[in-house]
Design a protein around this ligand. Sequence first.
Ligand code: SF4
Length: 222
Amino acid sequence: MHPETPAHHPASSSTPTPGGGAAPYTAYSVSWNLTQRCNLECAHCYMSAFAGADTRGELTTDECRRVLDEIAQVNPNVFLILTGGEPLLRRDLWEIAAYAAEKRFTTVLGTNGVLLGDREARRMRAHGILGASISLDSTDRVKHDAFRHLPGAWDGAVRATRVLSDAGLDFSLHMSVTDWNVGEIPAMIDLAKELGAKVLNLFGRGGGGTSPTSTPRPTRGS
Ligand code: SF4
């Protein structure tokens, strides 16, 4: 899962009230971690996503359809974020998206953007995905790439924003804010405007091993 997207919450729950009763509520949005696989390997990823993650325990396409059926029972107008890991690494992503579109959900991708090219944008449109949230942590490509542990990650994310704009799809930027990039927030606001983002979401992070210059973890998997 992208740490920038909300945690996968239960589709519905209840909140204790002062009187001791429970006031039911319905989830407005569901952020769904479809896979632990990711083309990046960020130190701050609480999914510990990586390219070679074992997918054998992940839901099958049919099981995903069943989950969408259950979500629809709880909230037929849900805002659904398909994320991971990197959702574009799931071969059945378009089938899952198409099923969500049949349900008339408002569906977007949560992605690092690196794998999102013209072809993927066309497929998003064809399968009812209305936009994407793209992770971008710095105005400086070197710092972003170091934080994300992949040279070219910044260029890929920025290219994805242009691809989405060209395809007429909306996007938001998600910035993981830590002590190394907190001073960049004003510049990120300018960059978000320049790129045409609808929203810039800021997500707080603790310190620890999140410096852009921290030692990358060894690459695992493919
Ligand atoms: S892009 Fe980074 S934070 Fe997002 S899922 Fe991949 S490894 Fe985790």
